[in-house]
Write a protein that binds this ligand. Structure first.
Ligand SMILES: O=C(O)COP(=O)(O)O
Ligand SMILES: [Mg+2]
Length: 236
């Protein structure tokens, strides 16, 4: 038996990340962000630029995107970006982004191969399961439903469900509490250093997928109990 499977064998619960782990949502991010930028009369941004910005929640993403596009606009005019400009535009950017994201949620994204098989396998073994994402809960719930994944989980928590987001350990500890499982017996399955750091600090073992978004860094540089190319490889 492989090391990752031995790790899962010892566990009573699994916490699964969403973006980059279960669903490739980069197309949804790009579509919603570009519709928002068009409303703000700002230039469009490409997927390659967005990808390393994803994983730390929507506020971080919007601020990173605004910083990037406003730098471009001001560079063209030869002026520096005024320090207050991002703050001044943030409220409108968030309102427009939320509107567009909810309108297109799931239409430009796809479930990775092996996800349903993996989740079904873990459920069949009687593992308790939660989805824990940094995405707002109002985005995560309808996405999981649209992709037929919601019913695998006892609980779904978003980036706004608790006081702090991953990489803080708090959301993992709260999720363990909701599942009624000890952190040391709860496996975190994610795609980024964000998930790994949160897991290490919460005392949860962690397995990472090789195909997600890791802030532009190679995933195997992130310490973990193991790495898988598909959730279906991880067998209880
Ligand atoms: O930052 C996001 O919205 C994505 O978050 P996730 O990888 O924790 O699902
Ligand atoms: Mg992720």
């Amino acid at each position: 038996m492989t090391d990752v499977n031995k790790t899962l064998q010892r566990c009573e619960a699994v916490i699964v990340d969403l973006d980059g782990t279960m669903v490739d949502t980069m197309g949804d991010f790009a579509e919603a962000l570009n519709r928002m930028l068009a409303d703000l009369q700002l230039p469009a941004i490409d997927v390659q630029t967005i990808e390393p910005m994803v994983g730390k929640g929507s506020e971080h993403l919007l601020r990173a995107v605004l910083t990037h596009v406003l730098a471009q606009v001001h560079q063209a005019s030869g002026q520096p970006v005024p320090a207050t400009e991002i703050d001044n535009r943030y409220a409108q950017a968030w309102e427009r982004y939320q509107h567009h994201y909810l309108a297109i949620n799931g239409r430009f994204s796809r479930v990775y191969d092996g996800v349903e098989k993996g989740l079904a396998q873990w459920r069949a073994k009687g593992l308790k399961m939660a989805c824990l994402t940094n995405k707002p809960l109002s985005f995560a719930e309808p996405l999981l439903r649209a992709k037929g994944l919601r019913d695998y989980f006892d609980h779904v928590f978003g980036g706004d469900s608790f006081e702090r987001k991953k990489p803080d350990p708090l959301p993992l500890l709260k999720t363990c509490e909701a599942l009624g499982s000890k952190p040391a017996l709860t496996l975190m399955v994610g795609d980024s250093s964000n998930d790994a750091e949160a897991a290490h600090n919460a005392g949860c073992p962690v397995v990472l997928v090789s195909y997600g978004y890791n802030h532009g860094q190679p995933i195997r540089q992130v310490a973990a109990a193991g790495y898988v190319d598909a959730l279906s490889e991880l067998q209880a």
